[in-house]
Design a protein around this ligand. Structure first.
Ligand SMILES: Cc1cc2nc3c(=O)[nH]c(=O)nc-3n(C[C@H](O)[C@H](O)[C@H](O)COP(=O)(O)OP(=O)(O)OC[C@H]3O[C@@H](n4cnc5c(N)ncnc54)[C@H](O)[C@@H]3O)c2cc1C
Ligand code: FES
Length: 272
């Protein structure tokens, strides 16, 4: 049953329906919701809040990785990497555990105009929000290309699901050369034929320096480019101003005004 206790306003009490370990550091969780939510657009995210023995820990933001339908969505999938306390606790949850979910949050990726080529660039966990975008765009006649980069073959966690999809061309890069081309995914991008010309829309999610390189590439070629930004978040709904980013239109909240921004709107810093 949904809980609406003070401090949990807007949160749904979900339940872990499935959990899968993907390699040593990655996990996928399916969370069923007490009532369907939606509509959901690929690129949107959720705040997940779990109980620790010591109490409730701060909610953490995660991209919505997969979902069924669009309007009345009964469950959400999340893909995450264990990096600290919150993700460590999430990784220990078992099937049947309750989990508080606030979703969908933020904006999503806009569709490319009809006939435009879509170039998707994922760095590591950046594949999480691009995966539902791929599922949506593969139904359209637009040419679809994915550039998927990671440190090593074991970090290409979604590759087994993607490799069998029809209608998408996948290019791989790994930093250690264990799969695809050795090097950065953005180097691979530069070698790509530009046959879509200015009828190309770029979508990217990944580490800050990768996003900056993609934004530079898009600016050079005058391509429209949408990126998903990550900032540490506390509230996820625009109230705490903890996640601001500097843009040409002033400071914007990544949680409320993003996380999807037009790359040219961002004022990039050297430390990205
Ligand atoms: C909109 C959005 C969507 C996200 N989607 C995903 C996703 O789909 N899968 C996923 O694995 N992660 C995602 N993240 C990052 C995720 O929120 C953090 O990894 C998580 O909050 C870390 O919590 P923790 O308690 O385990 O780590 P903490 O103990 O809080 O931090 C440990 C370390 O993790 C890193 N870290 C923490 N928060 C962030 C952050 N927001 N961005 C980058 N690095 C961070 C820092 O290096 C930090 O030192 C997303 C972040 C945002 C803002
Ligand atoms: S996390 Fe509170 S304003 Fe964005």
């Amino acid at each position: 049953m949904a809980t609406m206790a003070m401090g949990n306003l807007g949160y749904h009490e979900g339940e872990i329906k499935e959990r899968k370990r993907l390699g040593s550091l990655y996990h996928r969780l399916r969370i069923s919701l007490p009532c369907p939510i939606g509509p959901i657009i690929p690129g949107q995210f959720a705040m997940l809040k779990i109980e620790d023995r010591g109490g409730i820990i701060l909610p953490r933001p995660f991209s919505i990785h997969n979902f069924e339908g669009q309007e009345m969505v009964p469950w959400l999938d999340f893909l995450f990497k264990v990096v600290g306390k919150g993700t460590g606790l999430l990784a220990k949850l078992s099937v049947g555990s309750p989990i508080m979910v606030l979703a969908p949050l933020g904006n999503g990726f806009p569709d490319p105009p009809p006939g435009y080529k879509a170039l998707l660039i994922a760095g590591g966990m950046g594949i999480a929000p691009l995966f539902p975008l791929i599922l949506r765009l593969k139904a359209s006649p637009s040419p679809l290309y994915l550039f998927y980069g990671a440190q090593s073959q074991d970090d290409l966690i979604c590759l087994p699901e993607l490799i069998n999809l029809e209608g998408i061309r996948i290019n791989i890069a790994t930093e250690d050369g264990t799969a695809g081309k050795k090097g950065m995914v953005t180097e691979l991008l530069r070698e790509e034929d530009d046959e879509g010309g200015d009828q190309t829309v770029i979508y990217a999610c990944g580490p800050g320096p990768m996003l900056k390189a993609v934004a530079d590439f898009a600016a050079e070629r005058r391509r429209s480019c949408w990126i998903s930004l990550e900032k540490r978040m506390a509230c996820g709904v625009g109230a705490c101003l903890g996640c601001v980013v500097e843009t040409k239109g002033g400071y914007k909240r990544v949680c409320k005004d993003g996380p999807i921004f037009e790359a040219q709107e961002i004022i990039w810093r050297d430390d990205a």
